[in-house]
Ligand binder design. Structure first.
Ligand code: ADP
Length: 450
């Protein structure tokens, strides 16, 4: 069968998917909104189709419109990228119902992992370590909820089963505040996610964010590609990611990754996926699974030499992984900086026209971007304009290469977070490795700009 791949996404990930398709010899159809009509990657695609106005709800989030466009252009495969509809089970189901192949897991797996109570239960059943918490959804009776919290131990965090993007969560420090916190979070969950179901976990106070990348094919083969550390975050958005996770024992990663693969087999998972954990006091504790490509996948590609996007597409076409766990080798260390168009001081989005663009070059460097001089950053979409990835034989070399690359990079026009990245690469705690998820916000708060 001759394939043709429809990219239901935009920006740097669209460029990334186009590259993988070129390697595989698969023609691409690029979907684009009216606002993205002039983007360079729209013109490098074999075919482009406008899917609606700038507003994402009317274009990149329009399930029926995207499926129709994919069918109209003769596509056979649909890649959702990340964000937008990538974790929308209905989209995956509609794609398949119309005879197309979704580059991602079955809709059933997306739905299962999209409900965090169900995801937790699946993980416990597969032996994946979870944070001590409620066994299922919180009951309506406040006295029963109080008993569950007492058993877990304070502080606890109340979370929406349907939550995402760091929303629908509330930390509760003591029993007196519990009932109100549960009632408020339930109301928020009902309005924001259309699902009032809640659960509860112990709140970890000094964790790191560590995640495990997996790949599963449709023939029962599954491997893990090791761990990434994504602890450098602001407002639950990752700013810097790296692989491997510094100081986390490889034996622990291997053991926990094995349980992740068990979970994948149990739910018939096919494709690439990421298990996210909090790491504290030497233990990894599951928080959620992302059933899609991650923004930070390149750091794993750099240390394994495995093209995760090409693997996703090959898996979707029914090909076997062609890899066993013993074939997955880890080489050196890689760091990724997310370059955002945002005001360097306030860190608020700063759309506008890029008047000058100088990308760095050098050994071990990779620049993933959809922009260049003359590109106008739209206020309609997120502020990520480039990812800079540096690889080296060890972490210190990767950081040194990143530092030089950031110094060589110049973007004129809108503000960017380049100054923040330059500073973090020189930060003593970051250089030592192992800073927690609160580190960056604490650092910024001391300067009054959290
Ligand atoms: P989302 O899908 O909204 O990203 P997560 O469950 O992944 O929700 O949690 C988002 C973030 O909230 C985590 O990265 C972490 O910073 C914080 N968090 C979630 N659960 C806990 C917990 N039990 N203890 C401490 N922090 C937590």
């Amino acid at each position: 069968m001759t394939h043709r791949l429809f990219i239901a996404n935009r920006g740097e990930v669209a460029v990334r998917i186009q590259r993988a398709c070129r390697d595989l010899g698969i023609p691409v159809v690029q979907a684009h909104s009216q606002a993205d009509r002039d983007a360079p990657y729209v013109h490098t695609a074999d075919q482009a189709i406008c899917i609606g106005p700038a507003r994402a709800r009317d274009s990149y989030l329009d399930v029926a419109g995207l499926v129709y466009a994919a069918l109209a252009t003769g596509a056979t495969l649909v890649h959702p990228g990340y964000g937008f509809l990538s974790e929308n089970a209905d989209f995956a189901a509609q794609v398949v119902a119309h005879g197309l192949v979704f580059v991602g897991p079955p809709a059933s797996a997306i739905a299962a992992m999209g409900n965090k109570v169900r995801a937790r239960q699946e993980m416990i059943a597969a032996g994946v370590p979870c944070i001590p918490g409620s066994p299922g959804p919180l009951p309506p009776d406040p006295a029963a909820v109080a008993q569950i919290a007492d058993a877990i131990g304070y502080p606890v965090i109340v979370k929406a089963a349907g939550g995402g993007g760091g929303r629908g969560m509330r930390v509760v420090a003591d029993p007196a505040a519990l009932a109100d916190a549960v009632a408020l979070t339930r109301e928020e969950a009902r309005t924001a996610f259309g699902n009032p179901e809640l659960y509860m976990e112990r709140f970890l106070t000094t964790p790191r964010h560590v995640e495990i990348q997996i790949l599963c094919d449709a023939h029962g083969n599954a491997v893990h590609l090791g761990a990434r550390d994504c602890s450098m975050q602001r407002r639950h958005q990752k700013v810097i990611e790296e692989a491997p996770a510094p100081g986390v024992p490889a034996a622990l990663i291997d053991r926990v990754a094995e349980s992740c693969l068990t979970a994948c087999r149990r739910m018939g998972y096919v494709g690439a996926g990421t298990f996210e954990f909090l790491y504290e006091d030497g233990g990894l504790y599951f928080i959620e699974m992302n059933t899609r490509l991650q923004v930070e996948h390149p750091v794993t590609e750099m240390i394994t030499g495995i093209d995760i996007v090409a693997a996703q597409i090959r898996i979707a076409m029914g090909q076997p992984l062609g890899l066993s766990q013993a074939d997955v080798r880890f080489d050196g260390a890689a760091v990724e900086c997310r370059i955002n168009a945002e005001h360097p001081d306030t860190l608020l989005p700063a759309p506008g026209r890029i008047t000058g663009w100088q990308a760095p070059q050098g050994p071990g460097l990779r620049v993933e971007t959809h922009v260049g001089a003359g590109y106008t950053i739209s206020p309609h979409y997120d502020s990520l304009i480039a990812k800079l990835i540096a690889h080296g034989p060890d972490r210190a070399t990767a950081i040194a290469r990143m530092q030089a690359a950031l110094d060589d990079m110049a973007i004129d026009g809108p503000g960017t977070n380049l100054p923040l990245h330059r500073r973090l690469m020189r930060d003593a705690a970051f250089r030592q490795g192992g800073t927690g998820i609160a580190y960056l916000e604490t650092l910024l708060a001391t300067e009054g700009r959290a």
